[in-house]
Design a protein. Structure first.
Ligand code: DUC
Ligand code: ZN
Ligand code: ZN
Length: 471
């Protein structure tokens, strides 16, 4: 029996994806070493009476300090982004090391490490973004990077500077199959978007609301179906990211019923925002909610809640893509209110992700176990971090969040810790909020107050191979 704990959390109501039990949690050297009643004394003790002890959240889709095209800059780097993450109950982030066309993938990874090192306060792994699958990338760089702990990569079916042709998508998926990596797909049809955008702008339609009309559900549905077909042809599991609503969900359910390994992710914006939030003919404030795919309508919101509950989605991420509103490098490029197709895509959400989903638990839309599965266990498994991350168990990192399930919080940007000048959820009240947050046994947030941990304490996590989930 271990004695002399660094930390003991007393009377914790521990909840994992499958269990709920009341006990003390003993922590030594950053790792959970005991789960039992009446543990011996710890050098430090936390009383968790009345709180829920959940595994730290894993935000498996967020963008931090990602290099941007000329003139644009993300508002959050690894310090402000992980600070906001931990204040919202997230203890591991997985942002993207993005390859520019013409750039070596390894150079992109090295550059991204320089951005994270000395800055992150939570642990982090990297996904790759493959935008230029040259023979060198496919045959040498990707297999070597996968072996070195970068076991997931995102590909785009849209955006001129990122998109791959159908042939290139097949080649990348084939590398994933041969090396057991997971391909994440941004599924929107590029030519449809370009055609619709031209029609809208030629008709003088430039307001942010037209962003949604340039990327209707059919655009996402078609690309989702095509990605599924490619996955079937190559015989490799894939994960469709940021699924926005009913149409794409139907495609994914259809594939899952056929026994295909099609995983899916959704995000808070598809539960809480609609296309109406992109505004009306006049005004530019709707730019705050411009993201892709765009938010849909209230019936799609219901479909997303239902698919979360039914296990169609495996992962719930923020897709935090931080551009400030009043910022010439953000939502007003060059200081201008620009036509919708030039507004940088993405909304902030790294700190509010978990509380927004937890509110669904508080209102009986989702079980607490499903919450843990979607926000911690499944991303840990799919992205090769389990069992170090994703659960509370002997031997796992002591990434533990003590939630106050009864606390009501009216979300206000002034109280958030990111570096963005707005939140799309301003004024929305949620039930349940993280009270204390520990990363590897170190208290980073106490009573909701950020304790200013040392920048750079976060460790890089070399990811293992994906552990595929039953669907
Ligand atoms: N895709 C993302 O994954 N994030 C932000 C914008 C986008 O198109
Ligand atoms: Zn995307
Ligand atoms: Zn994203």
């Amino acid at each position: 029996m271990t004695t002399g704990y660094d930390l003991v959390i007393r009377n914790a109501d521990v909840v994992t994806a499958s269990e709920r039990f009341n006990c003390d949690i003993g922590v030594k050297d950053g790792v959970v070493v005991a789960l039992a009643r009446e543990l011996g004394a710890g050098a430090r003790e936390i009383d968790a009476t009345g709180l829920l002890a959940l595994p730290g959240g894993i935000d498996a889709h967020c963008h931090l300090d990602q290099p941007m095209p000329e003139g644009l800059k993300m508002a959050d780097d690894f310090l402000s982004g992980t600070r906001a993450a931990v204040c919202g109950g997230t203890t591991t982030v997985i942002p993207f090391a993005a390859q520019e066309k013409g750039q070596s993938l390894k150079a992109a990874v090295a550059d991204y490490h320089r951005r994270a090192d000395g800055r992150a306060v939570t642990d982090y792994a990297f996904h790759l973004i493959v935008s230029d699958p040259t023979p060198e990338v496919l045959e040498r760089e990707l297999p070597e990077l996968i072996a070195a702990g970068y076991t997931s990569f995102k590909i785009y079916m849209t955006y001129d500077d990122l998109k791959l042709s159908d042939r290139e998508i097949l080649e990348v998926m084939d590398v994933a199959r041969r090396n057991q990596a997971l391909v994440m797909v941004h599924a929107e049809n590029s030519d449809c978007i370009a055609w619709l955008t031209d029609k809208l702008t030629e008709a003088g339609k430039h307001a942010p609301k037209y962003h949604a009309l340039s990327r209707p559900a059919a655009v996402e549905r078609e690309a989702t179906h095509r990605a599924i077909a490619f996955s079937e042809l190559v015989d490799v599991p894939i994960l469709i990211v940021h699924v926005s609503g009913q149409d794409a969900i139907e495609q994914i359910e259809w594939a899952q019923r056929r026994g295909l390994h099609i995983y899916a992710e959704t995000c808070p914006q598809y539960l809480y925002l609609t296309a109406e939030d992109l505004g009306h003919e006049d005004g530019y404030h709707g730019a705050k909610c411009v993201c892709s795919p765009p938010p849909r309508d209230s019936s799609s919101q219901k479909a997303v809640w239902s698919a979360l509950k039914r296990g169609i989605f495996s992962v719930f991420s923020s897709d935090h893509a931080p551009f400030s509103y009043d910022d010439p490098q953000g939502k007003k490029p060059g200081g201008e209110e620009v036509s919708f197709e030039h507004i940088p895509n993405g909304i902030p959400g790294i700190e509010t992700r978990l509380a927004l989903l937890f509110d669904g638990v508080s209102h009986g839309k989702l079980s607490l176990h499903k919450f843990v599965e979607l926000t911690s266990l499944n991303p840990a498994k799919l992205y090769g971090l389990y069992p170090r991350k994703g659960t509370i168990a002997v031997g796992s990192d002591a990434d533990i969040v003590l939630w106050d399930p009864l606390k009501q919080v009216a979300i206000a940007n002034d109280a958030l810790h990111h570096n963005v000048d707005y939140t799309p959820y301003e004024g929305r009240t949620v039930h349940g909020w993280p009270k204390h947050c520990l990363s590897r046994g170190e208290l980073l947030v106490e009573n909701g107050r950020y304790l200013e941990p040392e920048a750079g304490r976060g460790q890089f996590l070399a990811a293992g191979k994906p552990q595929y989930l039953d669907l």
